[in-house]
Every structure is written in C-alpha cells, then in structure tokens.
Design a protein around this ligand. Structure first.
Ligand code: FAD
Length: 281
C-alpha cells in the first residue's frame, strides 16, 4: 500500500529538528523507518509531517566518556555490531543487535527507533533496563535524562513527548566483576521474542528485566535479591521459583500466558548463568 500524502523535512541540526517537531502538531521523527513507514502504509499512524533525522550525524556517534558508553539515538544496529567502543565496554549490546531480524533491518533500524517504538517484543527495552541505561531527551526547553526503567510507559509509549527527541542512550561501562546475559525464545531464528530476560551483575549486585510479559520491561527484583547470595544453576532455579505466578503476561496465538510464565523463569536462569560466567564465575 502507498503512503498517504505527508509533508517531509530534513533538518541539518538537532535544534532544527526539535524546532520542527515542536512547531507542527502531528509531526513525527523518522529514524530508520523500519517500523514507522510500515505502520503508515497500514494507516495505523498518519503523521502530517515527517522530520527525517537522517542528516543528523551528531546523533550517530558512539563514544566512551568516563565510565559510560554514550550512544547517539541514530546509531544503527549494524554500527553497534561493528563498534570497537561497544566491544570493549558492553559487548552484549552488539551481541543482541546481531540477533535482530535481518541485515536490511539492522542496517536501517536505529537503537533510538527500537526503544522509542517500545514494542514489548523488541530486544532492547529489557536489555537497557537490565544495564541501568539512561536516556537523554531534548525539547525546546532543554534536556532531561530519564532512567530506562521510567522511559518505557506503555505499549508503543515512552516518556518522549510530542516536540521532543531522544538524542542519546548512556550505558554504564562494564568491567572487572561485571557480566551481562540475555536469553529467550523467538519465533524462528532471528525472529521476534515470545519471552526473554536480560540479566546484569556488577560486583555481586544483580539487575534483571523481563520482556514480553507486560506493556513495559518488568524488573525481577525478588530474584535479584535472592541471587546476591551467590549463583549456580541450583540457586538460580531456586531464586526464580514462584516468579511466574506474580506475572500477568498476555496470551496470544504464539503462546499462552502460562507458557510465557514458564519461559520467563527459564530465560532468567539462562541469562543469569551467562552473566555470572562472564563476570568471572
Ligand atoms: C521485518 C522486521 C522485523 C523486526 N524484528 C525485530 C525484532 O525481532 N526485534 C527487535 O527488537 N526489533 C525488530 N524490528 C524493529 C527494528 O529493529 C527497528 O528498531 C525498529 O523498526 C525501529 O527503528 P527505526 O530506526 O527504523 O525507527 P522508525 O521506524 O523510523 O521510528 C519508530 C518510532 O520511533 C520514533 N523515533 C525514532 N527515533 C526517534 C528519536 N530519536 N526520538 C524520538 N522519537 C523517535 C519515530 O517517530 C517512530 O514513532 C523489526 C523490524 C522489521 C521491519
């Protein structure tokens, strides 16, 4: 299906992009277009103005600043995979990017677009919550930083308001004594997740987030505290026992709610063991 008529702007700076988004009711940022153009073709979204971020090279940078990795919102998944900064500081980001869909989607799709969509089946929302990332959101009144846990507010909804732009994702650098893991079950190889878990440990302190069991990533805080005592397969299994009963996942054509509960528990055990091993076991 063809797109309906839409105005198009291609700003050269972030400030211009923000001004355009603030000026026009019904304006939408266009990143890689991998989701937005598809939903526009299906008439599920009908923005009046598309503000193409494609020329904003300042949003494509990846750098290490102090003890943090700073990733511009327009960084494509392919750039994450190829980045030496990511490889050195938080390689899980590249590893997960490499499992998303196919090469075309990874070449065009951006990290910012992936999380601004907040599709509950997307790979990065739970991972960024587990990694304790923060998002920088800019608008005409300035910038604010939002912890990943507060960034996702509902299905296809984030704290980015009309007229605002996500500019940067900041991820604390890993290092000695830290390890990350992600595990889940997808619909076929490189397919969409049915359920997943991301786990991160830094000096014995755990952060775990589940995907696909709610509108936003769900922190498994009871499991996190149960794990801080030490980890092996038996203790990881013991820590997740009963977790499924506290979850309220959707039931759909791919999996019943009960199956998702069970997958969530299994995914946590696998992600935790992976993270633990990478932290030096
Ligand atoms: C066939 C296919 C399969 C896929 N499978 C998976 C999968 O299994 N797992 C997965 O995680 N992802 C998957 N994706 C999604 C893909 O990874 C992209 O991340 C996603 O489509 C959005 O990224 P984008 O850059 O294309 O954003 P766009 O489509 O351009 O934008 C998406 C939304 O985010 C908003 N937006 C984008 N950037 C910003 C910004 N900087 N500030 C404010 N708002 C912004 C846009 O206005 C729009 O509403 C799939 C996509 C396709 C087409």
């Amino acid at each position: 299906m063809l797109l309906r008529e839409v105005s198009y702007a291609r700003p050269g700076t972030v400030d211009e992009a923000i001004a355009l988004l603030a000026e026009h009711d019904g304006a939408r940022a266009l990143a890689g277009g991998q989701t937005l153009l598809n939903v526009m073709k299906q008439r599920a979204a009908s923005p009046d103005v598309l503000v193409d971020l494609g020329r904003l090279d300042e949003l494509r940078t990846i750098s290490v600043s102090g003890a943090a990795l700073e990733i511009g919102a327009m960084t494509t998944l392919t750039s994450l995979i190829r980045s030496s900064e990511v490889d050195v500081t938080r390689p899980i980001l590249a590893e997960v990017a490499a499992t998303v869909a196919d090469v075309q989607v990874r070449n065009r799709g951006t990290l910012g677009g992936n999380i601004c969509v907040n599709d509950p089946t997307n790979h990065f929302p739970p991972l960024l919550v587990a990694l304790d990332a923060t998002m920088t959101v800019a608008g005409v009144d300035g910038e604010r930083t939002v912890p990943a846990e507060e960034f996702f507010v509902g299905v296809f909804e984030t704290t980015v308001r009309e007229g605002e732009l996500l500019t940067k994702i900041t991820v604390p650098a890993g290092g000695k004594g830290s390890g990350d893991g992600m595990s889940g079950v997808t619909l076929g190889a490189h397919g969409t997740y049915i359920a997943n878990a991301a786990a991160s440990v830094v000096d014995g302190t755990w952060r775990i987030a589940l995907g696909c069991v709610g509108a936003v990533p769900v922190r498994a805080t009871a499991v996190e505290s149960a794990l801080s005592q030490g980890v092996d397969e038996a203790s990881a299994r013991a820590a997740v026992e009963g977790l499924g009963a506290t979850l309220d996942p959707p039931s759909d054509v791919h999996a019943s709610a009960d199956y998702r509960r069970s997958l969530a528990e299994t995914s946590i055990v696998r992600a935790v063991l992976q993270a633990h091993e990478r932290a030096g076991g």
